[in-house]
Design a protein around this ligand. Structure first.
Ligand code: HEC
Ligand code: HEC
Length: 239
């Protein structure tokens, strides 16, 4: 089987909901998908006992830095999955395991809704010697000789992400993207469905992973999160 067969393009119509063009930002009150995040701001900014403040590492705007990811504007269900994976040890990271294993289900729901509704901060790409032309080629075309599908076939034509399962890469921290690809290649991250990312990352060299990370990070942030919230409201949350 080709990895590209697992791309979301193959499900008829699944892209309609995310390809519908720009949508005006919603008023803050309508962004509280899945319950009003009441405890989330306190957890994010002050923490609670052994739940360290998220902002102390992820930044006040959820912007991330270096190998700590931006959380602002990531899809709510993707955030929920990652917090469960850290808590269960399915995804390995000592700090995040410590934090996530002390969260209750209600906290996870609220934190995911909170970060999903935050606007995506602009990213200034740090200087690097990454080969952006090579990164772009991989991102848009993949490398068929090595059975590496194009990143856009799952992560969206602008790296804006697709649905809840395929996270955005555009305007994510480049060092973080690289650290995750290196973790998959080195066998340290295992939590992608059907080992999709393990296979892709292990077929590419570290130079290529670095190039594609910086290229993806350089893509403009999108208003995808706002669009997803709007769709959820349209369909009564039955998406
Ligand atoms: C001590 C620093 C630290 C604290 C505190 C922290 N994080 Fe993290 N977080 C990280 C690092 C580092 C990673 C990247 C882990 C990896 O490499 O897999 C991460 C990853 C994540 C991810 C995965 C994002 C993705 O794109 O896959 C989520 C979700 C997350 N953190 C949520 C939270 C929440 C919610 C809190 C507060 C309850 C929190 N974090 C507190 C350091 C921290
Ligand atoms: C066949 C579908 C598919 C293709 C093609 C694909 N990905 Fe992914 N990718 C995924 C899925 C699914 C996840 C989420 C894994 C999870 O749930 O933890 C993911 C996650 C990621 C993440 C982690 C993001 C985060 O916030 O932690 C990075 C980085 C990434 N992919 C980079 C790439 C790059 C670069 C390419 C092209 C070389 C690529 N992907 C091609 C399916 C794909």
């Amino acid at each position: 089987m080709y990895l590209s067969d697992l791309a979301p393009w193959t499900e008829s119509g699944s892209l309609d909901t995310v390809a519908s063009g720009p949508v005006a930002p919603l008023p803050p009150s309508s962004l509280n998908v899945g319950g009003v995040p009441q405890d989330a701001p306190a957890l994010v900014h002050s923490g609670r006992g052994s739940v360290w403040s998220c902002a102390s590492c992820h930044g006040d705007q959820g912007e991330g830095a270096g190998i700590t990811p931006r959380l602002a504007g990531l899809p709510q269900d993707y955030l929920t999955k990652q917090l469960h994976d850290f808590a269960s040890g399915e995804r390995l990271n000592e700090s995040m395991h410590y934090v996530a294993s002390k969260l209750q289900q209600k906290d996870i729901t609220e934190l995911a809704a909170y970060y999903a509704s935050m606007p995506i901060p602009e990213l200034t790409l740090p200087p690097s010697d990454a080969d952006l032309a090579r990164g772009r080629n991989l991102f848009e075309n993949g490398d068929w000789k090595q059975n590496v599908p194009a990143c856009i076939s799952c992560h969206g034509s602008q790296g804006e992400g697709v649905g809840a399962a395929f996270p955005p890469l555009a305007a994510q921290q480049p060092e973080y993207l690289f650290s995750q690809l290196a973790a998959w290649k080195g066998g340290h991250r295992h939590n992608s469905p059907q080992d999709l990312m393990d296979d892709i990352a292990s077929r590419l060299s570290y130079e290529d992973l670095y190039a594609v990370s910086y290229y993806a990070a350089s893509l403009p942030r999108s208003e995808r999160n706002v669009r997803v919230s709007a769709n959820l409201e349209d369909t009564d949350g039955t998406e």
